[in-house]
Design a protein around this ligand. Structure first.
Ligand SMILES: Nc1ncnc2c1ncn2[C@@H]1O[C@H](COP(=O)(O)OP(=O)(O)OP(=O)(O)O)[C@@H](O)[C@H]1O
Length: 331
């Protein structure tokens, strides 16, 4: 299967992050070990959010970890602000200052339950040599900018709800004024209304601070809420990439279509628009298509089958026999 590179950033804009042909392998076997990430390329422009979407195990977190220097890179390159950081060790990464930070799904993993919120937030500043008093004041200010009271500095993570803890994790990631934040499933563990609050917070902070995000999630609806561009990943490879609206409204690749079909549409207006478009096209959902080996039973009749399934069969095979709802097959 060929690897499709993410679309370039707008002309003339130097990317904040440039990942080229990234390969990550786990386990023994060296070059023969299977690739969890296989020749993935993507670019993020200043102030841009790129969404990385794919099902569980597709390699999203591994890409985030490789960018953060948390896993070994077997091939390709990672450039950040023009610097090659592909194999940069912790010291070299520290010299990047506060520019590259992360927010993870479980805020407990980044917040020490035995330390006060103030101590956790001040820590990255203290590492930069900022005096304790100033670091604590910045922690207070940062808490207020994520909608929490300044006095939260003296409390512990267990005293906050899941949504509040994720706000604290956002505050901790942003306190060093990063240029780029890797957001790995930052709202997946939250209920719907709290998800919306945290997504809106991330959008507001991006607008205020000119931040760039790599926003990782399995739900394409969540990703497209924030991202200007989306990269769709399957089994470590890029299946499709492009502007969010284009990818979600006219997904070219069968796997993206499956992801879009499976994704709840949180905005009723968009849902109605999608339904109207489908009805106007005269193409009706025909139910479930089993892609296990035998191929699509609608292959002779479906416009998608003739245009895409035949030319992109490896991708259909890659669905590994999963049953997907096909919205293109005619009855
Ligand atoms: N430390 C590890 N050792 C061995 N294999 C790993 C390791 N971490 C991840 N993998 C494997 O690499 C592949 C990609 O995993 P990864 O966690 O990047 O996927 P993901 O898309 O982020 O999944 P999820 O949405 O479930 O977090 C999977 O097959 C996974 O089992």
């Amino acid at each position: 299967m060929s690897t499709i590179a993410a679309a370039p950033t707008p002309t003339g804009t130097a990317p904040v992050l440039e990942v080229t042909d990234l390969v990550v392998r786990y386990g023994r076997g060296g070059r023969n070990a299977p690739a969890a990430v296989d020749r993935v390329s993507l670019r993020i422009a200043p102030g841009e959010t790129v969404g990385l979407v794919g099902e569980s195990g597709s390699g999203k977190t591994t890409i985030g970890k490789a960018i953060l220097g948390l896993t070994r890179v077997a091939g390709g390159s990672i450039r950040y602000g023009g610097r090659d950081i592909t194999h940069a060790g912790p010291r070299e990464r520290r010299s990047l200052g506060g520019e590259l930070r992360a927010i993870f799904q479980d805020p407990f993993s980044s917040l020490n339950p035995r330390r006060t919120i103030g101590a956790s937030l001040a820590e990255p500043l203290r590492i930069q040599g900022i005096p304790a008093g100033e670091a604590l004041q910045r922690a207070r200010d940062m808490l207020e900018s994520v909608g929490l009271p300044a006095e939260a500095v003296s409390r512990y993570p267990r005293q906050f709800s899941g949504g509040q803890r994720q706000r604290i994790a956002v505050a901790r990631a942003l306190i060093t004024q990063p240029e780029l934040v890797i957001c790995d499933e930052p709202v997946s563990s939250l209920d719907l209304s709290t998800q919306a609050q945290v997504l809106n917070l991330l959008a507001d902070l991006r607008a205020d601070r000119g931040l760039s995000y790599l926003f990782i999630a399995h739900d394409i609806a969540v990703v497209s809420f924030l991202a200007q561009r989306v990269v769709v990943l399957y089994r470590g490879q890029v299946m499709e990439s492009g502007p969010s609206r284009e990818v979600t409204e006219n997904p070219r690749h069968p796997f993206t279509q499956a992801l879009t079909a499976a994704s709840p549409v949180p905005r009723p207006a968009e849902q109605a628009e999608r339904r109207a478009r489908r009805e106007a096209s005269g193409v009706k959902p025909a139910g479930i298509v089993d892609t296990a080996g035998v191929g699509c039973p609608f292959a002779n009749r479906c416009p998608l089958a003739t245009e895409l399934c035949r030319t992109e069969r490896p991708a259909l095979r890659a669905l590994g026999g999963a049953e997907v709802a096909c919205h293109y097959a005619t009855e």
